[in-house]
Design a protein around this ligand. Structure first.
Ligand SMILES: [Fe+2]
Length: 248
């Protein structure tokens, strides 16, 4: 029985994900409001392994004012974590990238050619939660012309789109791939985000799934959900469109 099964007080084996790469998480220590220490990061990586993940793309926040991370700050934290994970005997592949909020800081970093894309030149992009970006289509086009493959982080969480879902189809047609959070299915971000996440599933519009875990509590909620009846029904349906392992 695994450590986590004991923690949850049941003796079921943890249900594994059907893919091996988590493309969205805040496991890098000390650079945003995710992991605050190496120990927390290692626990989160162990939880990833428990769910069947063996490759993790570290996507810390990069946002104006709050988390003005740079190539240097993220790369330094990545080397520290990589060394600690090896010393702890964790057999897990780590890559450094970021979750870029599309704001004035992003514009500056993009213009300076300082972005850190994921393997395969994918970029994880985040909208503001308050208001939509008016020139989003232009920005997507520009990034794609420059060779980036654009992924919109948790589209189900932008409530200004949830009542006009046609906009999602437009964005998909404009080359934005969609990364839905597993946490959204659990209701963790509210009923609206859950309904929209299920709508993405029903419409075959989930390109990637992500944990978006910021702490071990998030990991535990996801792990419990993976053992649920709903997930057992849902996962074979979305397996057709989710391409997490093709990110490289
Ligand atoms: Fe995130």
């Amino acid at each position: 029985m695994s450590f986590f099964s004991k923690l949850f007080g049941h003796d079921k084996e943890q249900v594994k994900l059907f893919y091996n790469t988590d493309i969205h998480c805040h496991i890098l220590p000390g650079v945003d409001h995710g992991s605050q220490s190496i120990e927390q990061s290692l626990d989160m990586l162990r939880a990833e392994q428990e769910m069947g993940i063996n490759r993790v793309i570290l996507t810390s926040h990069v946002t104006a004012v709050t988390f003005e991370n740079t190539q240097e700050s993220l790369t330094n934290a990545y080397h520290v974590l990589k060394k600690a994970a090896a010393e702890a005997g964790l057999d897990i592949e780590l890559h450094v990238s970021a979750e870029y909020r599309m704001d004035e800081y992003f514009d500056k970093e993009y213009a300076a050619d300082h972005l850190i894309p994921m393997p395969g030149n994918h970029l994880l992009l985040e909208n503001s939660f308050q208001q939509e970006l008016m020139n989003l289509n232009d920005l997507l086009f520009d990034l794609q012309v420059k060779g980036y493959r654009t992924i919109l982080a948790h589209p189900e969480r932008y409530s200004y789109y949830s009542h006009r879902r046609k906009r999602y189809e437009e964005l998909h047609n404009a080359g934005a791939k969609f990364q839905v959070n597993i946490l959204s299915f659990t209701g963790y971000f509210g009923e609206e985000a859950r309904d929209t996440a299920l709508w993405f599933a029903d419409n075959g519009m989930i390109d990637y799934l992500g944990s978006d875990m910021h702490n071990i509590k998030h990991a535990h909620i996801i792990m419990e959900y993976l053992n649920s009846k709903e997930w057992r029904k849902l996962s074979p349906e979305i397996e057709q469109t989710v391409k997490n392992d093709l990110v490289v």
